[in-house]
Design a protein around this ligand. Sequence first.
Ligand code: NAD
Length: 352
Amino acid sequence: MRPTYQVTELLGDGIGAELSRAIHELAAALPIDLQFRAVDLSLENRRARKAAIYDEAVEAVTGTGVALKYPTITAEESPNQVLRRRLDLSVIHRPVYTIPGVPTNFRRELDLDIVRIATGGTYDDPGRMIGDGGAVSLRIVERRPVTEAARYAFNLARKTSKKVTSSSKHTIQKATDGLFERVATEVAGQFPEVAHNTELFDALLGKVIMAPEKFQIVLVLNEYGDFLSDMACGLAGSLGIGASANLAFDAAAVVRVALFDAAHGTAPDIAGQNKANPTAIFLALSMLLYQVGEIELGRTVKGATLDLLREGVRTGDLGGKETTESFTAAVAAELGRRLAGAGLAPAAPAGR
Ligand code: NAD
């Protein structure tokens, strides 16, 4: 019997519908059953159903444990922020790597797994004025999300034989960043086989540019992760085609809920025109497959997508001629070929 997984699909706006169709086509080429439970987070439905639609989304994601989210318009509220808070998504895992065929100003190869604490730092306190001449905001670092992120980073390192670099400004921010580094070092003690070093964050930025091969998994507090992700994406030239895992943990710091999404937005300028590049959402699906334990399938989805890009099979945003549909068909066919070659018959005949 084929393994079956329940996946919540959080539908959004703009190119979301096209991306969802592309995901279903890819899913049909897999030798497993992904049973999608759709929740409509489009702006129209959010306005009509208000808090009730988020209740439904939270219940669905908590039930299935894994979710794929399509881009949503930020209007009255940011659905990402609401979901992050309501699902207690405390850690973001953002792989960033140079992708063959994606134009970049950077000449080196980069392959980073950024593990970022998604809460606290300076982002949870909007701050306040002190009279007219100054302002202050609280910087918050909490042991629990740091422990969760550190355990996740070290587990990832154990599985992938990579090393972990924790990075902060602990020499200056002795209380907050000092706590972060102490927790990282405590957790490192539970993973003696994993190499761990620390870098001051300003130095890390320079070193990632000069010697990217020295870094693999980087563990960072919220705002540092924000800066590092965008810098790394800029270096990789792939601001629009990255994907992330947003993670919530149980009391034993094991992943309880994982929500995967593309970094790009709803692309209203090309919505409904069969021009959207589904690469990021395919990479999000690949991460989801890793999360449910289908490591080989996750690797194959990623490999088929990236190898086609390398061969020049690309959508218009990357200078290619493919449409959303033709690129998806090419990836599904390649996936089918690879799975058949590995003795895993695809569920659907590989077309094209
Ligand atoms: P955007 O990412 O939607 O678009 C920026 C540019 O990149 C556009 O030219 C667009 O056509 C292009 N682009 C984006 N994704 C693409 C894809 N998959 N294939 C081909 N081209 C693509 O950013 P924006 O215009 O600043 O935002 C539009 C809307 O998306 C806003 O309402 C914003 O709030 C929302 N947004 C949502 C998320 C999310 O849900 N995760 C993230 C970012 C922005």
